[in-house]
Ligand binder design. Structure first.
Ligand SMILES: Nc1ncnc2c1ncn2[C@@H]1O[C@H](COP(=O)(O)OP(=O)(O)O)[C@@H](O)[C@H]1O
Ligand SMILES: [Mg+2]
Length: 298
């Protein structure tokens, strides 16, 4: 969960003239919601419960309108394996992958299948947990010898993991607000860190370019692809779609969709909104309006 996003959102809501009550996620969440009875809940926490539909489900039951996507879209976004299957079935590009749960390794001898997977995906292979975010538990395995440790690391975050084809290319993010794609943001790693995954995700070692240096056609393609995924998953309010652009072919593919992306001042969505001329407070106001006009799914 993100306290920093929450604080930033709280400030904006106050500037917009709302009475704001911060509610932390914990064992007393349902009781607190009953007590506070907000007109609308602004969900600003990412990570497991805030993003996977759990908090959304509790808000549905309480009859409290909330920001962002509904329960089913959150579930589709939070599980990378499910999301990738949906995209592949719909013909939307996402890197090739194989996914397993712990049982496959513990009880079905899935380790025996690793050489065949490695042949098909080729090295390096990206190993990641099905859930989580912020690159937690993600490892690039350069050789067959690296795969077991990468799997163990990923399994420490989730009971389900995926092995994914590595895309040598640029890291792009398309944020969407109310079905409208914002300027593309590119994460540009320091040259010396390019092949060092850990360094790439160390604060301050990646810079962000917005709008990304792409041709107009490429920008339009990235935005169109992000909107296709947004529609496929049934997202609402706002979201951020993480893409890769293959250096060799220029092809775009989707890594994941974040139903509750970071909302700090340095987060990618606020950066993209700013580039589109939408200030932070305006963004927050729009998201609240959308929440209030969203149909309840309960
Ligand atoms: N298949 C891949 N090929 C190349 N880089 C990848 C791949 N998968 C993930 N990455 C790198 O790891 C980052 C995080 O991966 P992502 O799937 O978006 O998970 P998270 O939920 O942690 O953000 C990406 O932004 C990208 O830089
Ligand atoms: Mg991501």
């Amino acid at each position: 969960m993100s306290l920093r996003s929450g604080a930033r959102v709280e400030d904006a809501l106050e500037r917009l003239g709302h009475d704001v009550v911060g509610v932390d996620v914990g064992g007393d969440l349902v009781a607190r919601l009953r007590e506070v009875r907000p007109d609308v809940a602004f969900i600003a926490l990412h990570g497991r419960d805030g993003e996977d539909g759990t908090v959304q489900e509790l808000l549905e039951i309480a009859g409290i309108p909330y920001t962002g996507s509904g329960v089913s879209a959150c579930i589709r976004c939070a599980d990378k394996v499910l999301a990738k299957h949906l995209m592949r079935d719909a013909g939307l590009p996402t890197p090739d992958f194989y996914a397993f749960n712990e049982t496959a390794f513990r009880e079905l001898g899935a380790a025996e299948a690793l050489p065949a997977i490695e042949d098909r995906l080729a090295f390096p292979i990206v190993v990641k947990p099905a859930s989580q975010g912020s690159a937690l538990g993600i490892k690039f395995a350069a050789t067959p010898g690296d795969v077991p440790a990468a799997l163990v690391a990923a399994f420490s975050y989730d009971r389900k993991v995926l092995l994914e084809r590595h895309v040598a290319g640029r890291d792009l993010a398309v944020s969407i607000v109310d079905g409208e794609a914002l300027p593309v943001v590119e994460a540009v790693p320091h040259e010396e860190d390019f092949y060092d995954f850990a360094a790439r995700y160390t604060i301050g070692r990646t810079t962000y370019a917005c709008p990304a240096a792409l041709t107009d056609d490429e920008t339009a393609s990235a935005q169109a692809l992000a909107l296709d995924v947004w529609s496929l998953f049934g997202c609402r309010g706002f979201a951020r779609v993480d893409l890769m652009r293959d250096d060799e072919t220029g092809a775009l593919c989707v890594l994941e969709v974040n139903a509750v992306p970071g909302l700090t001042e340095t987060s990618l969505l606020p950066m993209a909104a700013d580039a589109a001329g939408m200030g932070y407070d305006e963004f927050v106001a729009r998201v609240v309006e959308l929440a209030l006009s969203a149909p309840s799914t309960a």
